[in-house]
Design a protein around this ligand. Structure first.
Ligand SMILES: Cc1cc2nc3c(=O)[nH]c(=O)nc-3n(C[C@H](O)[C@H](O)[C@H](O)COP(=O)(O)OP(=O)(O)OC[C@H]3O[C@@H](n4cnc5c(N)ncnc54)[C@H](O)[C@@H]3O)c2cc1C
Length: 565
């Protein structure tokens, strides 16, 4: 599929029913739902799918025990229902994981409160297939997680939630599904203006970052799903005070809150389960999460008013996370030297002046701008990875109302992800591993990332056996994945490929040594000259700053050599 460009769509005299701004989980969910209900829809994204906060999350598909504390019962119920749906609709990507929540005598939340929370969690997910929670005695907890601090330990609650190790792939597959249903997808295209005439939205002005061309796209309805950039798209000054009374501009919608994670290799005493525990220093809940063979530890929660893409881990945040991990696992003795990389994202929470960030409601809001003289323009505020589908359903229902058309029923509750379109995934997996033409560990990787679409990648290898070649010494990824991503998954840059398709960005040494080979393969298909290939590698190195460890230079000093395959 050749990359689509906004220029060609701009020449059409038929306006879109809906333009969605932003290809995070929420924008993609909306586009996928709208396309499946027959709307003429376009997605405009300034960078790539999942290049915003959707990539910088804890990657849990969870009911949100924390929200129970704040009485957000509706949100917990919705999250638990959506979690169950994702287990069914994307089983190759969203997996059940055990979570352990220890009871320490020092905890601010008494054990009884956690037990009651657990009962409520089970009641609210009464229709789930996974096991209900269990309360483990001290000795049972220690036999499961022997490295944990014993002092003051009374026992733990054990329950099941969900994890999506590759949130990026969830987003890519939503785009693939939407495109198959007729959506137009324009990545690396930034919305620079909203076109409003006579009090009504008419479309957007956008610029293709590759060609530099600026075009107007017309639409009857526009959904601003730019996550933490929502106010930027609306043209609100970035420095609008959080107290909306202090601004002469439109009311600010987002009150960004930064969350940082650190990533470390397996360490002495590390748990096998996700551990969700109360920090010693401030009583916040901290998670130690097994992730891609390593540990993702997070997260922090601090006000953040700057450009969301500039969010980076600070030394204080890293120290906090290391200290709390060492309290939980005394033999870990983690220091900043063990931190492989970090990442930070800005939660697109609603701006609620005067309310501390941990108390801000987490349910999504679809803000209607009609009263501000912009009829049929809507902005999405908040929303989690877990609940994107319900948010999308609500947004598309609103779109039908705005269009004045009879609503086509939403079907996404039942639509499997492209990588899960098979009646029996287990049987498929067994057959795939038996008949595979690539080594077993590569076959396992393909299944974990692409689900049943792994078969399409193997078809490429069968047609051209050299596409079965590995190109990175640290990974079992094969060349066919690169070809597949360019041809069917809208990968347009090396960073798209590394960070959101083959995911080598999160592997040891960030796949840097393989970059020359990857740009060669991509360049052959996308017509890149030598200069463009060199630029792509440079831009990827620049992007790696998102993973920087404070006080240490990233990218790590890996020599980039030709022909590293
Ligand atoms: C630390 C942290 C941990 C979290 N953990 C979890 C968790 O475990 N589970 C969970 O369910 N949720 C979690 N969340 C919440 C969740 O990640 C976010 O709420 C969700 O990803 C928001 O998605 P989005 O699509 O609204 O925003 P984004 O993913 O940021 O997408 C917005 C997109 O808009 C694009 N854009 C911006 N401006 C423009 C423009 N002018 N033109 C075109 N495109 C534009 C951006 O490039 C971006 O791709 C966490 C969040 C954080 C910060």
């Amino acid at each position: 599929m050749p990359p689509e460009r906004a220029d060609s769509a701009a020449t059409s005299s038929v306006p879109f029913d809906l333009i969605v701004i932003g290809a995070g989980i929420n924008g993609l969910g909306i586009v996928r739902d709208a396309a499946s209900r027959g709307l003429r829809v376009a997605l405009v994204e300034k960078d790539d799918f999942c290049s915003g906060v959707s990539a910088w999350s804890g990657r849990l598909i969870h009911g949100g025990l924390r929200y129970l504390e704040h009485g957000e019962i509706g949100l917990v119920r919705e999250s638990l229902k959506e979690r169950e749906r994702l287990f069914e609709l994307a089983p190759h990507l969203v997996k059940p994981v055990p979570l352990l929540m220890p009871f320490y005598s020092r905890n601010k939340r008494p054990a009884l409160l956690i037990r009651l929370g657990m009962i409520a969690y089970d009641v609210l997910s009464f229709d789930k297939k996974s096991q209900t929670h269990r309360i483990l005695s001290r000795s049972k907890v220690l036999s499961r997680f022997s490295g944990m601090e014993k002092k003051g330990l009374g026992g733990a609650a054990l329950f099941i939630d969900g994890q999506v190790e590759y949130a990026e792939r969830l987003c890519v597959e939503l785009a693939v599904a939407a495109r198959a249903d007729g959506a137009m997808i324009f990545t690396h295209t930034e919305v620079t203006d909203l076109i409003v005439k006579a009090g009504r939205i008419q479309g957007v002005t956008c610029t293709d970052s590759e060609t530099g061309n600026t075009v107007d796209l017309s639409a009857a309805v526009v959904m601003n799903a730019a996550g933490p950039w929502v106010d930027w798209v609306l043209g609100n000054p970035s420095n609008v005070a959080r107290d909306s009374a202090a601004t002469t501009a439109r009311k600010r919608l987002i009150g960004g809150s930064k969350g940082t994670h650190i990533i470390v290799d397996p360490f002495p005493g590390a748990p096998n389960d996700v551990v969700y525990y109360e920090s010693q220093s401030d009583g916040r809940l901290v998670l130690v999460i097994p992730w891609m063979g390593r540990y993702l530890i997070g997260c922090t929660d601090t006000l953040f008013d700057e450009e969301p893409d500039s969010a980076r881990a600070t030394g204080a945040e890293v120290d906090y996370l290391l200290k709390e991990t060492n309290v939980l696992v005394p033999e870990a003795n983690l220091t900043i030297d063990e931190v492989l990389f970090t990442y930070s994202g800005v939660r697109p929470l609603p701006s609620v002046p005067g309310v501390p960030e941990w108390k801000i409601p987490r349910s999504h809001i679809i803000h209607d701008h009609a009263s501000e003289g912009q009829k049929n323009l809507y902005s999405v505020v908040s929303g989690k990875l877990t609940t994107y589908r319900q948010l999308a359903e609500d947004a598309v229902d609103i779109t039908f109302r705005a269009l004045g058309r009879r609503k086509v029923a939403c079907s996404t509750k039942k639509l499997p992800f492209p990588g899960a379109r098979v009646s029996d995934l287990k049987a498929f997996t067994e057959k795939f591993l038996t008949n595979s033409v690539v080594p077993r560990e590569t076959a396992q990787r393909l299944l974990a990332i692409y689900g049943v679409r792994a078969e399409n990648i193997l078809a490429l290898v069968r047609a051209q056996p050299e596409l079965g070649e590995r190109f990175d010494a640290n990974s079992t990824a094969i060349t066919a994945e690169i070809v597949f991503s360019v041809e069917t998954e809208f990968a347009k840059t090396l960073t798209d490929m590394m960070a959101r398709r083959v995911l080598l960005a999160f592997e040891p040494e960030h796949g840097l040594a393989a970059c020359p080979r990857i740009v060669e393969i991509m360049g052959e298909r996308l017509g890149w000259d030598e200069q463009r290939r060199a630029d792509e590698i440079e831009q990827y190195r620049t992007w790696l700053d998102h993973l920087a460890v404070p006080g240490r230079q990233l990218p790590v000093n890996v020599p980039v050599t030709e022909g590293s395959s």
